[in-house]
Ligand binder design. Structure first.
Ligand SMILES: Cc1cc2nc3c(=O)[nH]c(=O)nc-3n(C[C@H](O)[C@H](O)[C@H](O)COP(=O)(O)O)c2cc1C
Length: 364
């Protein structure tokens, strides 16, 4: 059923302007009744941040910025969904065109700029499905014209605490000028202190919601030392590695589209984001679990992320090119890898290649 849907819809969607195709996909997910995917085998379940994930494969943020289709994605069999980035006030984002496919590279460049309908709309949708179950994380960011960006994150933690399975503090989008400066040690320390304080303040009336930090793959290793140090000091519950890259690897075929400004995602991001994941894993020293994201487009790619240090993975661009069949492939490959290695859980694979990876030459 999913395979048929993928085969019929992908050629049509790929013929459309990328943003129109995305809007149509969201509409279809909202209105087309979907059969529920088969239950996951127990060995795929993962315990992290105090939550139990039925399987480790999630939908990365950006796909469902306004919390329109989390339940459809969970029905399709994703282990979790991260909605957002949500900002306190609605925001139009940059002028179109701002989303580009690099077909021959299986990649996307976006400079959307946190376009979203604002916190109240997303909150209303999540409140309406609050009892539906499933893990739905909320990715939070600051409005472009905000006078106090840290305060935006604080307000969002306060508003969404009752409906978010976890929060992701997104300081790594390349499309809001100055946002990535929040990764700098002093600014990050202040931001995380305020976010964790807000989490504690609302804990009395809700519960303790895990707070994760999502970083860019373009940090230097010295920056990464600082970022992981601050994350550990402020006791975040996990990190997500990584957002899109501003780099343009020499291997890109579509050189014309590669000149567009914005963040690159998909297959050409895989090596860099996986190396940064391994670098983060060795620095985190098991203080908290990691989510690996960037260029996953096959079962082996998902397994490589886990071996580089990811307890969970997410994907977006791979879904554009492969459809939901990619999810089925990854879950099948993960179960087969466990059987082959006579393992009963994915946990025993997490990070087994990390140290070795950090000794390799830097990905070009
Ligand atoms: C069109 C588009 C929009 C995105 N929007 C967001 C966003 O709002 N917040 C965020 O944290 N990441 C966003 N991302 C980044 C993804 O969540 C992910 O980190 C990145 O694309 C790498 O994964 P992928 O190669 O599987 O796409 C976006 C990515 C794309 C392609």
């Amino acid at each position: 059923m999913i395979g048929l849907f993928d085969r019929l819809s992908r050629p049509l969607l790929r013929a459309l302007d990328p943003e129109d195709a995305h809007a149509l996909t969201l509409k279809a997910l909202r209105y087309v009744p979907l059969a529920r995917a088969a239950a996951d085998p127990p060995e795929l379940s993962v315990r992290a941040f105090g939550l139990t994930f039925p399987n480790p494969v999630g939908v990365a943020p950006g796909f469902d910025k306004n919390a329109e289709v989390p339940d459809a994605m969970l029905r399709l069999g994703f282990g979790f969904v991260e909605i957002g980035t949500v900002t306190p006030r609605p925001q139009a984002g940059n002028l179109r065109p701002r989303l580009f496919r690099l077909e021959s590279d299986r990649a996307v460049i976006n400079r959307l700029g946190f376009n979203n309908e604002g916190a109240p709309k997303a909150l209303a949708r999540l409140s309406a499905r609050a009892r539906a179950g499933g893990i739905v994380g909320v990715n939070i960011g600051a409005n472009k014209d905000s006078a106090d960006r840290a305060e935006d994150y604080v307000r969002l933690v306060e508003s969404f605490a009752a409906v978010a399975s976890y929060f992701t503090v997104n300081v790594s989008s390349p499309n809001t000028p100055g946002l990535r400066d929040l990764q700098q040690a002093a600014a990050l320390d202040d931001l995380l202190a305020r976010v964790m304080e807000a989490r504690e303040r609302v804990r009395a009336r809700t519960r303790s919601v895990p707070v994760l930090l999502k970083i860019a793959p373009d940090l230097t290793l010295a920056d990464l030392d600082d970022v992981v140090g601050v994350a550990r000091k402020r006791r975040v519950d996990g990190m997500i590695v990584s957002n899109t890259t501003l780099a343009r690897p020499a291997s890109l075929h579509d050189r014309d589209t590669a000149r567009e400004a914005g963040g690159l995602s998909g297959r050409p991001l895989f090596k860099l984001s996986t190396r940064m994941l391994a670098e983060t894993f060795v620095r985190a020293e098991s203080a908290f679990p990691l989510i690996g994201v960037g260029g996953i487009d096959s079962g082996p790619a998902a397994i490589a992320k886990i071996k580089a240090g990811a307890s969970l993975v997410q994907m977006y661009t791979g879904l554009v090119y492969r459809g939901v069949g990619l999810l089925t492939e990854i879950k099948t490959d993960l179960a087969a890898a466990l059987r082959r290695g006579h393992r009963t859980s994915l946990e025993s694979m997490v990070g087994i290649d990390a140290a070795e990876m950090t000794a390799e030459s830097w990905p070009a």
